[in-house]
Design a protein around this ligand. Structure first.
Ligand code: 6R9
Length: 657
C-alpha cells in the first residue's frame, strides 16, 4: 500500500474508548515512551514492581556485562504460578472464573481461580512424587485443555522448565525435541478431539520414545481425554491415579528471575529447530503488562485467544498473561470450521466474549467459508459483546482487516495487529486500543519501552519510507535468553557481527511510513516460511524430503504467496528415477506429502510438488532459489540467469505443474 493510501485510512479510537483505556490517548502513549527513553532501567523496574509480586525484591535491573546474554532483575525471587494463581485468590478473586473451557463437541466447563490453583497444586505435587525437580525439563504434548494449562502452571510452580510441543507434530519432531531438551517426563493424553475426530497422542509419544535417544525420560504421564484404546508400558502413569493421592496445596519453589520458565522450539534458517529459552521474571512482567495494555484488559472482560498452547501465543496469551491479570478467558479444544465455520461467532455470542485474538489465516478461511455458506457469516450472530479484536502470526492483508473490522467488530472495535515472535516473548510492535489510530495492514508503533528500528545491512537507520531490516536496539525483559544447548547459535542468529553484535535481528523486513512512522512488516528476510501463521524453515522441509532416500535425490523448497494461508510451500524435487509425469507424478507427490507429514507434521506438507531432471544451479553447484521462487509464483523469469549452469531446466520446471 502506498504512503498516501495509508494516511487516508486512519481509524481513530472513539472518545469513550480513549477515556476508559489504561493507556489513554497518544499523549499517554508518548509519555510512556519518553519515560523509557529518559531512564530505560527505571521504567522497566517501575513496571516490574507493579506487575510482578516478588518473594524477594530485585536490586539490579539490567545486567549487560555478558551481552548478548542479558539478565533482568537477576537477584529477585519469584514464582510464576504464585503470580498467576495464589495472588488472585489472596486478592479476593478465588470465586472468579479463570477458564471457560469449551470442548470440541461443545460441552462447557468453568474453572474458578481457587479451583485452578488446587488443580495446579495437585499436579505439582504429583510431578514432585514422580521425582521431577527444579531445573528438570518436562515435555508437554497435550490437547487444548484445562489440564494442558495446569501442566504448564504446575511445572512453573516447582521450577521445572516446560517445553510444550504442538499436538500436530509428528513422532520424529517430538523425539527430536524430547532429546534436545533432555526431558525427564512427557505429559500427554490418550487422544485428542478435533473436528469430531479422535486423533492419537499417546501412540505418537510411544513411537517417538521407541525411536531411541530419549533415555532421560523416566515416565509418561497420561491424561485420559477420550478413553480410547492405547498401549501401556512400564513407564506410563495415569494422571488421574497420581492426582487422586495429592494434597490441594503446594509450596511454590521460589526461583530467581533468570530461572528458565520454558523452552519452546521454533524454526530457523537451518534444518534443526531451536529451543528458545525464556526466563521467569522478565517474561512474566511483559506477559502480564502486554495483556493488560494491548488488549486494554479490564476485570469484567471475557478474553479469548484462539491459539494453541503449543505456540508462543498460547503461552503468553493463554497460559500466563490472562491469568497473571486475573482475567476470565476461553480455552477451546476444537477447530474454527467444525461443526461449521460459524463456530467462533457462535462461541463469542454464547460466552459474551469481549476481547477476541486470532490469526489472519483463520479470518481469511472464515471469509471464504462465509461466501460459500452464508449461514456461517458473522452477521447471523450477536457479536455486540466484542470490544477489542486482535491479530497475530503474520501480516494481515488490508482486505481481511476490513472484513474483520466490519463484520466481526461491527465497525466499532479497534483491531490490534500485534507483531512479535517466539523469541520476543511478548508484543513488540502493536497499536494500543485507546491510543493508536489504526491503519489496515500496519502493526503501527512499538510497545512503550521497545526500541524497534529499521536499519540497513550495516546497522545504520534507514529513512522512513525506505525498506530495511527490523531490529530491536535495546534488550527487553521478556527476550529470549539463549538457544538451549547452543549459545553460539543464539549469538549468530540474533546478534550477528553485521551490526557489531549491538542489535537484536528479528529476521523480518519492515518499512516505516513516511508520514506516520508506522511499521509495516514486509515478511521474513531469511529462509523461514510463514504458512497459516506457523513458522517453518525451508531447510527443515528439504531435509525431510531428502531423508526419503528411496525416492528423492535432491529437493529445494521455497514459498509462494497464497490467498488463504499467507504463504504456501512449494517443493522442487529430483527423483532417483526418471522424472514422473501425469498420474504417476500425482501419486509420488502424494507419497512425498505423507512422508513430510510423518517426518515433521501435517502443517509442513508442500502444497505444490514439481519434479525436474535437475534443479537450477550455478556453476559452483549452488541451487538458485530466487529462480525457483519466480517459477513457484508463475512469474516470467526476468532475473539474470547468466551464472546458471543449466538454463533449459527453468522451462521444464515451469511446465511441470
Ligand atoms: C507470535 C508469533 C514470528 C514471525 C515473525 C513475523 C510473523 C507475527 C506478525 C507477523 C506481520 C504481525 N508475524 N506477527 N508478521 N504482522 N502482526 O507469531 O511468533 O511463531 O515465532 O512467528 O511471524 O514474520 O517473525 P512466531
Amino acid at each position: 500500500m502506498s504512503t498516501s493510501e495509508q494516511a487516508n485510512q486512519l481509524y481513530v479510537p472513539s472518545d469513550a474508548t480513549v477515556k476508559a483505556a489504561h493507556v489513554s490517548g497518544m499523549e499517554a502513549y508518548r509519555k510512556l515512551c519518553e519515560e523509557a527513553e529518559a531512564d530505560y532501567e527505571g521504567y522497566w523496574a517501575r513496571l516490574a514492581k507493579e506487575f510482578v509480586t516478588w518473594k524477594q525484591p530485585f536490586t539490579k535491573v539490567l545486567n549487560d556485562s555478558n551481552a548478548p546474554f542479558f539478565k533482568w532483575f537477576e537477584d529477585g525471587l519469584l514464582n510464576v504460578s504464585y503470580n498467576c494463581l495464589d495472588r488472585n485468590v489472596e486478592q479476593g478473586r478465588g470465586d472468579k472464573v479463570a477458564i471457560i473451557f469449551e470442548s470440541d463437541d461443545g460441552q462447557v466447563t468453568r474453572v474458578t481461580y481457587r479451583e485452578l490453583l488446587e488443580k495446579t497444586c495437585r499436579m505439582a505435587n504429583g510431578l514432585r512424587e514422580l521425582g521431577v525437580k527444579k531445573g528438570d525439563r518436562v515435555v508437554i504434548y497435550m490437547p487444548m485443555s484445562v489440564e494442558g494449562v495446569v501442566a504448564m502452571q504446575a511445572c512453573a510452580r516447582i521450577g521445572a522448565t516446560h517445553s510444550v510441543v504442538f499436538g500436530g507434530f509428528s513422532a520424529q519432531s517430538l523425539r527430536d525435541r524430547i532429546q534436545d531438551a533432555g526431558a525427564v517426563l512427557v505429559i500427554t493424553a490418550d487422544e485428542q478431539m478435533r473436528g469430531g475426530k479422535q486423533l492419537p497422542l499417546k501412540a505418537i509419544v510411544d513411537e517417538a520414545l521407541g525411536m531411541g535417544g530419549c533415555d532421560t525420560v523416566r515416565n509418561v504421564l497420561v491424561y485420559r481425554r477420550t478413553g480410547g484404546n492405547i498401549a501401556w508400558n512400564a513407564r506410563d502413569v495415569w494422571l488421574h491415579e497420581v492426582l487422586a493421592k495429592q494434597a490441594t496445596t503446594c509450596e511454590p519453589e521460589w526461583v530467581d528471575a533468570e530461572h528458565p520458565l520454558f523452552l519452546l522450539y521454533t524454526s530457523g534458517s537451518t534444518g534443526k529447530p531451536k529451543g528458545v529459552q525464556h526466563s521467569s521474571g522478565g517474561y512474566l512482567l511483559q506477559a502480564a503488562l502486554s495483556t493488560k495494555w494491548t488488549f486494554d484488559l479490564k476485570p469484567e472482560d471475557v478474553f479469548w485467544c484462539t491459539a494453541d498452547i503449543g505456540w508462543v501465543t498460547g503461552h503468553t496469551y493463554i497460559a500466563y498473561g490472562p491469568l497473571a491479570n486475573g482475567a476470565t478467558q476461553i480455552v477451546f479444544e476444537g477447530v474454527p470450521t467444525w461443526p461449521d465455520a460459524g463456530r467462533f461467532w457462535k462461541m463469542i455470542q454464547q460466552h459474551k466474549v469481549t476481547i477476541f485474538y486470532t490469526a489472519p489465516t483463520a479470518i481469511r478461511s472464515l471469509i471464504k467459508a462465509a461466501e460459500a455458506n452464508p449461514a456461517t457469516h458473522p452477521r447471523n450472530y450477536d457479536l455486540s459483546s466484542l470490544r477489542i479484536l486482535g491479530s497475530v502470526g503474520e501480516p494481515i492483508n488490508p482486505a481481511a482487516w476490513e472484513w474483520y473490522y466490519r463484520n466481526v467488530g461491527g465497525s466499532r472495535c479497534p483491531i490490534v495487529d500485534t507483531w512479535w515472535q517466539t523469541e520476543t516473548g511478548a508484543h513488540m510492535i502493536t497499536p494500543l486500543p485507546g491510543a493508536t489510530p489504526l491503519v489496515p495492514g500496519s502493526c503501527t508503533l512499538p510497545f512503550p519501552g521497545i526500541m524497534a528500528a529499521v536499519v540497513d545491512e550495516t546497522g545504520a537507520d534507514v529513512p522512513n519510507g525506505q525498506g530495511g531490516v527490523l531490529v530491536i536496539k535495546k534488550p527487553w525483559p521478556s527476550m529470549i535468553r539463549t538457544i538451549w544447548g547452543d549459545p553460539e547459535r543464539f549469538k549468530k542468529s540474533y546478534y550477528p557481527a553485521d551490526f557489531q553484535g549491538r542489535y537484536y535481528l528479528a529476521g523480518d523486513g519492515a518499512v516505516r511510513d513516511a508520514n506516520t512512522g508506522y511499521f509495516t512488516i514486509t515478511g521474513r528476510i531469511d529462509d523461514v516460511l510463514n504458512v497459516s501463521g506457523h513458522r517453518m524453515g525451508t531447510m527443515e522441509i528439504e531435509s525431510a524430503l531428502v531423508s526419503c532416500t528411496e525416492l528423492v535425490a535432491e529437493a529445494a523448497v521455497v514459498g509462494r504467496p497464497d490467498e488463504t494461508t499467507g504463504e504456501a510451500i512449494c517443493a522442487f524435487v529430483v527423483l532417483k528415477r526418471p522424472r514422473p509425469t501425469g498420474e504417476e507424478a500425482k501419486k509420488i507427490a502424494d507419497e512425498l506429502r505423507a512422508w513430510v507429514a510423518k517426518e515433521i507434521g501435517p502443517i509442513a506438507k508442500p502444497k505444490d510438488i514439481r519434479f525436474g531432471d535437475n534443479l537450477p544451479k550455478t556453476r559452483s553447484g549452488k541451487i538458485m532459489r530466487r529462480l525457483l521462487r519466480s517459477i513457484a509464483r508463475g512469474e516470467q523469469i526476468t532475473q539474470d540467469t547468466s551464472t546458471l549452469e543449466n538454463p533449459a531446466i527453468l522451462e521444464q520446471l515451469a511446465q511441470s505443474n
